[in-house]
Design a protein around this ligand. Structure first.
Ligand SMILES: [Zn+2]
Length: 597
């Protein structure tokens, strides 16, 4: 009760009950042990260790040591914390909360924080529920150490039976022993049996006012809707990699460990949104770094540890594919394999690379990458490859990935798949191409909407059916051109939409996207040409498209006409990524240009 009990150990000075429990037995109300294997710290004859570990205290895995003790330490879940703070401030607390999210995002941590928030009495022992639990009062400390008698944690994964739930329900009726609320934290609640749920439901329907349920689950879909409807749900988000990397950098700082930014970024990506998984990997990386004797967590070491291929090697590999360098490609594959990179991992890495290039291309900005080299390489690929090429490359890699995964010899499958991609990146065999197109055309493709690639014709600017003014205008512009005033003739073609054209008079509208006024230049040009002072002014009303717009519309119409030809349609059906080039279009076989050049 008292917050000044001198016998209570300082939280950071030794293994707590919860830690001992988690380290050994993961019993009925135990904390679920971290799932990822965590390297033990370097054993007995440890040379002078890091300051943080030097004081003879039991080594604690990082995920446990840096378990958030306040809501402000809980990273990436700001929206949830705001909602909760509101509920507490307005005294509108649900009887049951449900925390959902992938493993390691902080569901159990959040449940404990909520337990603290509800039961904290403040440093003076007088406080009420608060979003800022003090962390020093007896309830706060007892909850943090997992020894609070009124905060009962249960892992439904190991206690799924109705008896376990009945036990809880028996106790629900009794008031809390020492705290404001009796709190049941049920982890992986979706694992409860149907009967157990039914037993629980009765309590959820009319819970005693002093009881709160905090459920956590990775698989919310498996919960009965009757339970869902009686809980306030918080969806915990995957934590974005950059935020994780920042967090790991902080942890390294506190641990007195030096780490490459790139190393932390790799760990953050591998963690896939989970703080706990990330910290487990970091733990291992630090242990490796200590064993190496240098004590620094480097990108190379982390890559090695995670079995990731060297990013630069992957980029070289993709480069060989795109430059059709068979020899170099096979040599690079062998080299990676010899280094211990699994064929499937390599395939994935290539897919990841293509994905990132695509994102870089779509965003158009500076690609996001942990190193300068990688940024430059991504930007380079994005500039070299067309969108259609990237999509086709992705499809081919995806197919190769499946083959590597299912083939009897992954290395052979990898080699074959990459060679096929390399060859596909070259021109398709012209003979087969023509044959295929003819087959498709013969099979009566007429109903298929194959012209999807046709450029939409630019909408003419309120074109009037009468073309005469534009013909006269075109002739006039040609004369200006012929008189040697090329720049102004071009300006007249590009920018002037004629509204009215009379003797020495032009009323026009300016085509979009041109800020300045072309009138003075045109007036001068026409004066030189005709010897007359032209009245040139902007007007409103129905305008002809500019000569340039008219030409573009005509080209688009012609394009659409060509594409509606059955043979051409068949070609697009066979090669959806093909482009219609300016080349002579009559010979259909030649027009299916490979999307690679
Ligand atoms: Zn407190």
């Amino acid at each position: 009760m008292s917050d000044s009990d001198p016998e209570l150990p300082e939280e950071e000075t030794g293994p707590t009950a919860a830690e001992l429990e988690a380290a050994g037995q993961n019993a009925l109300f135990g904390d679920p042990a971290p799932a990822a294997p965590v390297s033990a710290p370097p054993a007995a004859p440890a040379p002078p260790a890091k300051p943080a570990q030097a004081t003879g205290q039991a080594y604690r895995v990082l995920a446990r040591k840096y378990r958030p003790q306040t809501f402000s330490e809980l990273i990436g879940q700001e929206a949830m914390v705001r909602t909760l703070a509101n509920a507490i401030a307005r005294d509108r607390l649900a009887h049951a909360f449900l925390m959902t999210g992938v493993r390691g995002v902080g569901k159990t941590s959040t449940a404990r924080l909520i337990a603290k928030a509800l039961n904290c009495v403040g440093t003076d022992g007088q406080g009420g529920p608060t979003i800022d639990p003090c962390g020093v009062c007896e309830p706060c400390r007892a909850i943090a150490e997992g020894r609070h008698i009124d905060v009962i944690e249960m892992d439904a994964a190991s206690n799924t039976g109705v008896d376990d739930v009945r036990e809880i329900i028996e106790q629900v009726r009794y008031a809390a022993v020492s705290a404001r609320y009796k709190i049941y934290i049920i982890d992986e609640v979706h694992m409860l049996s149907r009967n157990a749920f039914n037993a629980l439901l009765k309590t959820l329907e009319e819970p005693p006012p002093h009881v709160k349920f905090l459920f956590a689950t990775t698989e919310v879909d498996k919960l009965p809707v009757t339970v869902l409807s009686r809980t306030q749900r918080f969806d915990l988000r995957r934590i974005p990699a950059p935020m994780l990397a920042e967090h790991f950098a902080r942890v390294c700082g506190l641990e007195g460990v030096e780490a490459d930014a790139e190393a932390l970024s790799i760990i953050a990506n591998a963690a896939e949104g989970s703080v706990r998984d990330g910290l487990s990997i970091l733990d291992q990386a630090i242990a490796h770094a200590d064993l190496d004797g240098e004590g620094k967590v480097t990108a190379a070491r982390v890559r090695d540890m995670l079995g990731l291929a060297d990013k630069s090697a992957q980029r070289r590999l993709l480069g060989y594919v795109l430059s059709f360098d068979t020899k170099a490609l096979l040599a690079a594959v062998d080299e990676q394999y010899a280094l211990g990179v699994e064929p499937l991992a390599l395939m994935r890495a290539l897919m990841d690379l293509v994905h990132r290039v695509t994102l870089a291309q779509v965003s158009g900005g500076e690609p996001e990458a942990p190193s300068e080299d990688e940024r430059a390489a991504l930007a380079d690929f994005a500039a070299r490859l067309g969108a259609a090429e990237l999509h086709r490359l992705w499809q081919l890699l995806l197919k190769g990935h499946d083959e590597v995964r299912t083939g009897p010899d992954p290395l052979v499958s990898l080699q074959m798949a990459l060679l096929r991609i390399l060859h596909a990146a070259q021109m398709p065999d012209p003979g087969k191409l023509a044959k295929r197109i003819e087959e498709l055309a013969a099979s009566g493709l007429t109903a298929a909407p194959a012209v999807s690639g046709a450029a939409p014709a630019p909408t003419p600017v309120a074109a009037s059916p009468n073309q005469t003014p534009n013909q006269t205008w075109a002739a006039l512009v040609d004369e200006v051109d012929a008189s040697g005033q090329l720049r102004i003739a071009q300006m007249m073609r590009d920018r002037v939409r004629v509204i009215e054209l009379g003797p020495a008079r032009l009323v026009y509208q300016q085509a979009d996207n041109f800020p300045d006024d072309p009138a003075p230049d045109i007036r001068e040009a026409l004066f030189k040409l005709t010897g007359k002072r032209w009245q040139i002014e902007r007007g409103t009303g129905t305008a002809q498209p500019s000569l340039r717009e008219a030409a573009e519309a005509a080209a688009a119409a012609e394009d659409a006409r060509i594409r509606s030809d059955p043979l051409i349609r068949a070609a697009f059906e066979a090669f959806p990524d093909a482009e219609l080039l300016d080349a002579p279009l009559k010979s259909a076989a030649g027009s299916g240009s490979p999307p690679w050049n």
